[in-house]
Design a protein around this ligand. Structure first.
Ligand code: ATP
Ligand code: MG
Length: 482
C-alpha cells in the first residue's frame, strides 16, 4: 500500500519525508500486520506511565526492541525504548520535560524523575548511503513498518499491556530455535548497514545462538563492506562480543571473513601452527580457548585476545620441525598498542592491556624468591598484578596438558608470594619508601636528578631487604648518617 506523504522537509544533508497516516492501527489491522501474542511482560512503572499517557492522547505506544527481547529471555534490559505513532512534537506536547535527542530521526527523550526514556516515532528507513546511514527517514503510522526496519527478528518485537506482544517476524520462534535471523532479505539488510554484521555476531555470542543460514551467507558475502564502519563502532561491538559468555564465537567472525577486515592479525594467528609439546592448538585456536579462561572483563579478555598476537611475526621452525616464538611477548605488546589505538580504545585500556600482554610470560623458569617477586611487582606495576595471574592461568589452560600441573603450581607460588607481600605491606615502589624527596632535601640534598637516583637506589635496597624500610636505617646506609 502506498503511503500518502503529507509533509516534506530538508534538514542539513538529511532529507526528511514525514509520512503520516492519521488512522490508528486497530486490533484488526494488527492481526494482518503482525501477530498479537498473549504474553505478559512486566513493564517498569515509568515506561507504563509514558505508554499510557501517549495512548490516552489517542496515539499508539509500545516498548520495543532490545528491552522486549531481554524481558522474554529473562535478562535485565539496559534501557527501555518506546515506539509510537505520535510525531515528535506531539510527544513533546504531552510531557513536562523532554530533550530533543534526535528529532530528525523522530526521537524525543522523555524525562521522568531524572531518568530519560527514548520515544521514537514509527519510522521507515529510506535508501541507505555509505553502508550505514539511511538517506531519508519516513514517518509512518503503522507499527509493523517500524518493526520491519529493525535488524533481527528477536529485536523486532513490541509490547504494551493492552495489545500484548506484537511479533510480526516470528522473533519468538527464533528465540525457541535459538537463531539470529535478519528481518527480511539478509543480503539487503547488511547491504543497507554493515554494522548489523557485527551485531549479528555479537548477539550470537551473547545468547549462544546460531546464525541462521541465509543470514550467515549474507555475512560472508558482505563482510568486506565493514571497511566503511567507523573504528569506534567496531570497538563497541568487539568488546560486547568479548565480554559475552561465548567470546570464542569470534571464530565465526574468522570463518565468515569478518576478522579479515577488522582484525587481520587474528587471521595470521589462525594460520600459524604450534608444533611444540606445550601446545595442542594453532596460535589462533589457542587464543580463542584462552578467552574462556578469564572473567568477562574488558581488559582481561582483550589481554587474552592479544597476548600471542605477535607470534606469527616471530615464528621460527627448527630442524626437527618444532616451532619457536622467541621474543613474542614484546612484539605482541607493540602490536597490541597499535591495534588498540587503531580501534580507538582509551589510553588507560591501551596501557593496561599492553602491559598484561608484555608480561604474560614474565619470570618463567626462575627461582622464585620473595625479593624476585617484589622486584617484579615493582617493575610490572601492582595495579595489573592480580589480573596477570588470571592471564597466566588462562594461557596455561589453553596449552596442551604437558607439565600443566607444574606450570599451574608455579603460578600458585607466584601468587602466594605476591599476597604475602601485600599482606605484610612491604614496600614495592618509591611511593611507599620510608624516605621521601622532602626528607632528602631536609637532609641537605639539592633537588634534581641525583635525588631521584638516590630514591631509586634506596628502593632497590628495600626490595631486597624490606626490614630496612625506615628513615633511620636508609639514612644510615645511604647518607652515612648515624
Ligand atoms: P544492546 O542494547 O544490548 O546493545 P539492542 O538490540 O537493544 O542491544 P540498541 O542499540 O539499544 O541495541 O537498539 C535498540 C533497537 O533498535 C534494537 O533492538 C533494534 O530493534 C534496533 N536497532 C539498533 N541498531 C540497529 C541497526 N543497526 N539496524 C536495525 N535496527 C537496529
Ligand atoms: Mg538496547
Amino acid at each position: 500500500m502506498a503511503l500518502p506523504t503529507t509533509d516534506m522537509q530538508e534538514s542539513g544533508s538529511l532529507k526528511l519525508t514525514f509520512q503520516i497516516l492519521i488512522n490508528a492501527v486497530s486490533q484488526a489491522q494488527l492481526a494482518i500486520c503482525g501477530k498479537a501474542v498473549n504474553m505478559v511482560i512486566n513493564l517498569p512503572k515509568k515506561v507504563k506511565y509514558i505508554i499510557d499517557k501517549i495512548t490516552e492522547a489517542g496515539y499508539e505506544a509500545y516498548a520495543v526492541g532490545g528491552c522486549i527481547r531481554d524481558s522474554i529471555l529473562g535478562r535485565e534490559p539496559d534501557d527501555w525504548d518506546i515506539t509510537t505513532s505520535a510525531r515528535p512534537e506531539q510527544v513533546k506536547a504531552l510531557f513536562r520535560r523532554t530533550v530533543d535527542t534526535g528529532i530528525a530521526h523522530g526521537t524525543v527523550t522523555v524525562m521522568q524523575d531524572g531518568e530519560g526514556y527514548e520515544v521514537t516515532t514509527y519510522r521507515i528507513d529510506g535508501e541507505y548511503e555509505d553502508h550505514r546511514h539511511p538517506k531519508e527517514v519516513l514517518f509512518t503510522s503503522r507499527l509493523v513498518e517500524d518493526l520491519q526496519r529493525r535488524d533481527f527478528t528477536i529485536n523486532a518485537m513490541a509490547y504494551n499491556d493492552t495489545v500484548g506482544l506484537v511479533d510480526a517476524f516470528d522473533g519468538m520462534g527464533d528465540i525457541q530455535r535459538r537463531v539470529i535471523r535478519c528481518v527480511g532479505c539478509a543480503e539487503e539488510r547488511f547491504g543497507e548497514d554493515a554494522l548489523r554484521i557485527l551485531r549479528a555476531l555479537r548477539f550470537s555470542a551473547q545468547l549462544g545462538y546460531d546464525i541462521e543460514e541465509d543470514t550467515r551467507r549474507a555475512i560472508c558475502k558482505l563482510a568486506p563492506s565493514l571497511e566503511h564502519i567507523s573504528a569506534e563502532r567496531i570497538r563497541t561491538e568487539l568488546v560486547k562480543l568479548l565480554v559475552s559468555p561465548h567470546p570464542d564465537y569470534l571464530r565465526q567472525a574468522y570463518d565468515m571473513g569478518v576478522t579479515a577486515v577488522i582484525l587481520p592479525e587474528l587471521d595470521r594467528c589462525m594460520e600459524t601452527p604450534q608444533n611444540h609439546p606445550h601446545h595442542c592448538y594453532n596460535v589462533g585456536e589457542h587464543i580463542l580457548h584462552s578467552l574462556l579462561g578469564v572473567p568477562a572483563e574488558k581488559d582481561l579478555r582483550l589481554a587474552m585476545l592479544l597476548h600471542d598476537i605477535g607470534k606469527p611475526c616471530t615464528l621460527q621452525t627448527d630442524r626437527r620441525g618444532i616451532t619457536h616464538f622467541h621474543g613474542h611477548p614484546a612484539v605482541s605488546a607493540d602490536m597490541a598498542r597499535e591495534i588498540l589505538r587503531r580501534l580507538r580504545f582509551d589510553n588507560d585500556t591501551i596501557v593496561k592491556v599492553s602491559r598484561l600482554v608484555e608480561f604474560h610470560d614474565y619470570g618463567n623458569n626462575v627461582t622464585l624468591t620473595p625479593a624476585f617477586v617484589r622486584r617484579a611487582v615493582n617493575r610490572i606495576g601492582e595495579d595489573i598484578f592480580p589480573g596477570l595471574f588470571m592471564v597466566r592461568r588462562a594461557d596455561i589452560m589453553s596449552q596442551s596438558d604437558y607439565q600443566r600441573e607444574e606450570k599451574l603450581a608455579f603460578v600458585d607460588a607466584w601468587e602466594r608470594e605476591y599476597r604475602d607481600i601485600v599482606a605484610r605491606e612491604q614496600c614495592i615502589s618509591v611511593k611507599n619508601l620510608a624516605v621521601s624527596g622532602k626528607d632528602l632535601i631536609a637532609a641537605g640534598m639539592k633537588p634534581g636528578p641525583e635525588m631521584g637516583e638516590m630514591l631509586q637506589r634506596m628502593l632497590e635496597h628495600v626490595l631486597e631487604t624490606p626490614e630496612d624500610n625506615s628513615k633511620e636505617k636508609l639514612f644510615e646506609i645511604f647518607l652515612k648518617l648515624t
